[in-house]
Every structure is written in structure tokens, then in C-alpha cells.
Design a protein around this ligand. Structure first.
Ligand SMILES: Nc1nc2c(ncn2[C@@H]2O[C@H](COP(=O)(O)OP(=O)(O)OP(=O)(O)O)[C@@H](O)[C@H]2O)c(=O)[nH]1
Ligand SMILES: [Mg+2]
Length: 458
């Protein structure tokens, strides 16, 4: 049998499958991205807006259907709820989500090169996952024991004030003292409050990640630990000898439990099985929030990206042998700035991730950086300003006011002190536009799709 024929038979016999995960820190735009992606694929063949995806442009993408997901224990991605919000009057953004969710699409397409049977169609099963990027901040925690983790935590700068209540209460604790369970729960809650306040204040580099998104673990003792201050001078041998009911031993036990039963299972049961991932970053939101938050986002991303460092000696490879073969990183909500700023936005994202990107290239993981808007809420216009054409955005604010504005220039590389002094950037939140019956309007979502699944549709 000719080799081509054999390959064709094999491909037809075996349904192709791809597991694609979307992540990003809280509010990065994960739900909007997946909602729009599913919506585009479901409109495929008719009113999809996917010119940068060759399969769609060439009319080979025939459609996509939701089918039952493989893992029935994982919550379903709330696609219908998100669409219902966008269809409300006035349209609303989908609600925040928490934890991991999944949705399976079966995509029908015609191969680019016709197969050995005329009119041949194929199927790609696409498993989509949405999970909080905060969970990835916990990977480095696996490298610590409790004492070294405590020493690595920093509460300086503006964070000091946010954790002040907790710090006041733990300052005089003696690692050897016997614990009172209720008191421990209280102190842990104070610590979690500090983390939540820090997140509210725009900080990103926060740990343990599950404290912010406890889900069904709310109130469980495994989430009731915190770093003990003042261990710098403590003798590790003495700490190790403390009795099991001591404060130190109790916290250390919970820390280990968190490592073994919360952090590791996510990597083992989910992360390890993703074929491709996209990391979404709200660069513009961080720019708007000022230098300290921006720095913090940079630190958090560097930490988060360690989960994609497949260097052979990396912690991740040693523990879990992941198999991802392609990665995208995207600056979201690009519709908040005028189109000529988009290349700068991508440039800024690349500067922000310069170090992790170097590691990824070294580890030979193909990665692409882009800027996009999953659900475009504005329109780009031009106005006359003192005899010059000036690009502006038109949109409706969350309060329902129609506005025309120039939000400012995005720095193309990491902003310096003079940028922050000028702060020529005003970030206005816009209401999504009413849907017009076609697929959701977007910017370069199709470019992301081409990178993430395009090669499977040839
Ligand atoms: N203008 C504009 N705003 C967006 C876009 N995507 C997200 N947003 C805004 O960002 C907010 C957060 O987006 P989500 O998609 O809910 O982000 P998420 O990462 O799923 O957030 P969590 O589930 O809370 O972690 C939305 O409520 C919108 O206000 C976009 O493409 N354009
Ligand atoms: Mg979400």
C-alpha cells in the first residue's frame, strides 16, 4: 500500500485530539478569551471573524459542536452563562470565575490538501481548559521546606501596611509553643486577608495561590498556615526537634500537606497533560496601576513562567515531565488602546517576560507573543486635532456614557521613572457592545488560534 494511503487511513481512523489550556492571573481576561474562542469556532463556516486562521479563510472550517468532556469531575466552562451576560441589556462582562473548568469541542474541517477520497472531512477534538494563573505561583513552593519558605516571604514597601494586622499578631509567637486550633485558624484568616487586600490593591506576586481562590477548600485546615516570622536566626536542628503539637511543627505539617495534596496533584493530573497553553496578561491594567504594581506583576510573571521552563534540570521536568509543545503569551484588552499602539503593547509584554522568554527559547519550546482583545468593546476612529489626524477610541463606559478618547501611549519597553512621572495613560473600562448576531468582535484572536491550533487543521 502506498505510504500516503496508509497515513490517510491512520489519520481517519484516529480522531485527533488537542488539549489547550488558557491561564493568566486574576482578571487577566481568561473567561472572555475562551468565551470568544468557542463562539468564533461555533460560528465557523458562516459569520466567523477568523481571517488570520487559514482553515477558516479558505472555507475549510466547517463547524464546531460541544460534546461531553472527558473528565466528568471537572466543572464545565460556563460558556452559556458568559454569553447570557453579554446578551443582557445593557451587555455585561461575564462574572469572575474560580478554579479549573473544561469544555470539549468537536471541530469538523476539510484538510488543506484533499485526501484520497474526494470531499473528505476530518474531526479535531479540542479540549479547552481555564485555570487560575495563581496556581502556577505555587510551583516554586515545592522547592522549599517550611522554614526556607518562611524566610523567603517578604512584607516590605506598601505590602507592609496590608499585612500589618497579621504581622502585629504573629510578631511574638514562639515556634515551640503549643497551638490552639481556633487561634491558628484566626491567624491564618488574617494572613489570607492580607493576601486578598494585596490583590485588591493590584499586587500579583502572592503566595500560596490557593489562599486567594480556595474553592471547595474554604475553611479546610490545609489552607490554615502562614509563614512564621523571625526564623532567620533559628537553628534548623532545633526546629526539627520541636514536638508535633508545637506551633512550628503544626504549620510545617500543613505546609507539606499543601505541597503534596494541593500543588502536586494539579501539576500531575492536569498541567502535565496539556498540549498547548496560552498565558494571558493584563499589561494595560498594570500600567494603569502604577510602578509598584507593575514591578510586582513582573515578579509574579517571572515566577509563573517557571512552570513553562522545561530545561531538563528544572524542577518541573524533574517532577512531572510535561509535554507542552507550543506556548502563546498575550497582552489582553488591546481594544483599550488605539491600533497604532498595539505593536508597542506586544513589545512591552516581551520586555516584561524577557528572562522567561530566553529560558523558553533555550529549552526549545516554541513561543509566540501577541496582543489581542478577545471581546472588542471599542471602535478605532480618527479625529482632527489642531489640523492633525489623531487616532481615538469610541466606546461606552460601564456607566453607559458614550465617549471618544485617546487613552495615551504605551511604552514599547519597560517604563522608566520619567514615564511614571508623566503617567500619560488613562485606562477606562468599557461596556461590551451589543452582539449583532455574528460572532463576537475581537482583535487578533484568530492569530492566537492560528498559532495554537492552526497546524492541526491542515
Ligand atoms: N475592553 C475589553 N475588556 C476586557 C476584555 N477581556 C476582558 N476584559 C475586562 O476584564 C475583565 C476580566 O475579564 P475575565 O475574562 O473575566 O478575566 P478572568 O481572567 O477570567 O478573571 P477571573 O475569572 O476573575 O480570574 C472583564 O470583566 C472585562 O472588564 C477585552 O477583550 N476587551
Ligand atoms: Mg474567569
Amino acid at each position: 500500500m502506498p505510504r500516503n494511503l496508509t497515513r490517510d487511513l491512520l489519520e481517519r481512523g484516529r480522531d485527533r485530539q488537542l488539549r489547550l489550556a488558557v491561564t493568566g492571573l486574576s482578571r487577566a481576561g481568561k473567561t472572555a478569551f475562551l468565551t470568544s474562542l468557542i463562539d468564533q469556532l461555533r460560528h465557523a463556516g458562516l459569520e466567523a471573524r477568523l481571517d488570520l486562521l487559514p482553515a477558516a479563510r479558505e472555507g475549510r472550517l466547517l463547524g464546531a459542536r460541544r460534546v461531553e468532556q472527558q473528565d466528568l469531575g471537572v466543572p464545565r466552562f460556563p460558556f452559556d452563562r458568559a454569553l447570557a451576560a453579554l446578551d443582557a441589556d445593557p451587555p455585561q462582562w461575564p462574572e469572575p470565575t474560580r478554579g479549573i473548568s473544561e469544555l470539549r469541542l468537536s471541530i469538523r474541517y476539510r484538510p488543506g490538501r484533499p485526501g484520497w477520497i474526494g470531499g473528505d472531512t476530518r474531526r479535531l477534538t479540542l479540549d479547552l481548559f481555564d485555570y487560575p494563573g495563581e496556581w502556577l505561583l505555587d510551583l516554586p513552593l515545592l522547592e522549599h521546606d517550611f522554614a526556607s519558605w518562611c524566610r523567603a516571604q517578604r512584607f516590605d514597601g506598601e505590602r507592609a501596611a496590608l499585612f500589618a494586622d497579621w504581622q502585629r499578631e504573629v510578631a511574638d509567637l514562639d515556634p515551640a509553643q503549643e497551638v490552639d486550633e481556633a487561634r491558628l485558624a484566626e491567624l491564618a484568616e488574617r494572613y489570607a486577608e492580607g493576601l486578598r487586600a494585596a490583590r485588591e490593591a493590584g499586587f500579583s506576586d502572592l503566595q500560596p495561590g490557593r489562599f486567594l481562590l480556595p474553592g471547595e477548600l474554604e475553611g479546610a485546615p490545609v489552607l490554615q498556615f502562614f509563614p512564621l516570622p523571625g526564623l532567620d536566626e533559628a537553628d534548623p536542628a532545633v526546629l526539627a526537634q520541636l514536638p508535633p503539637e508545637s506551633l512550628y511543627a503544626t504549620l510545617a505539617r500543613r505546609f507539606r500537606h499543601y505541597q503534596q495534596h494541593i500543588v502536586k496533584p494539579f501539576y500531575r493530573d492536569h498541567f502535565r497533560r496539556f498540549d498547548r497553553q496560552i498565558v494571558l496578561v493584563d499589561v494595560l491594567g498594570a500600567l494603569n496601576a502604577g510602578p509598584e504594581r507593575f514591578e510586582d506583576l513582573s515578579r509574579a510573571l517571572t515566577r509563573l513562567m517557571q512552570s513553562f521552563d522545561y530545561g531538563r534540570r528544572s524542577l518541573l521536568s524533574r517532577l512531572f515531565a510535561p509535554r507542552i509543545d507550543r506556548l502563546a503569551i498575550a497582552a489582553t484588552k488591546a481594544d483599550h488602546v488605539t491600533p497604532e499602539q498595539h505593536p508597542r503593547l506586544t513589545g512591552l509584554l516581551q520586555s516584561l517576560l524577557a528572562e522567561p522568554l530566553k529560558d523558553l527559547r533555550f529549552a526549545d519550546v516554541p513561543v509566540r507573543a501577541l496582543s489581542l482583545a478577545a471581546i472588542r468593546a471599542t471602535e478605532a476612529r480618527e479625529v482632527d486635532h489642531r489640523g492633525q489626524r489623531q487616532p481615538v477610541l469610541r466606546g461606552t463606559t460601564l456607566e453607559g456614557e458614550d465617549t471618544l478618547l485617546f487613552p495615551g501611549e504605551v511604552p514599547a519597553t519597560l517604563p522608566d521613572a520619567s514615564f511614571w512621572r508623566r503617567q500619560g495613560f488613562t485606562f477606562t473600562a468599557f461596556r461590551p457592545r451589543p452582539r449583532d448576531g455574528g460572532a463576537l468582535p475581537h482583535i487578533r484572536l484568530d492569530a492566537a488560534l492560528e498559532w495554537l491550533i492552526g497546524d492541526k487543521l491542515t
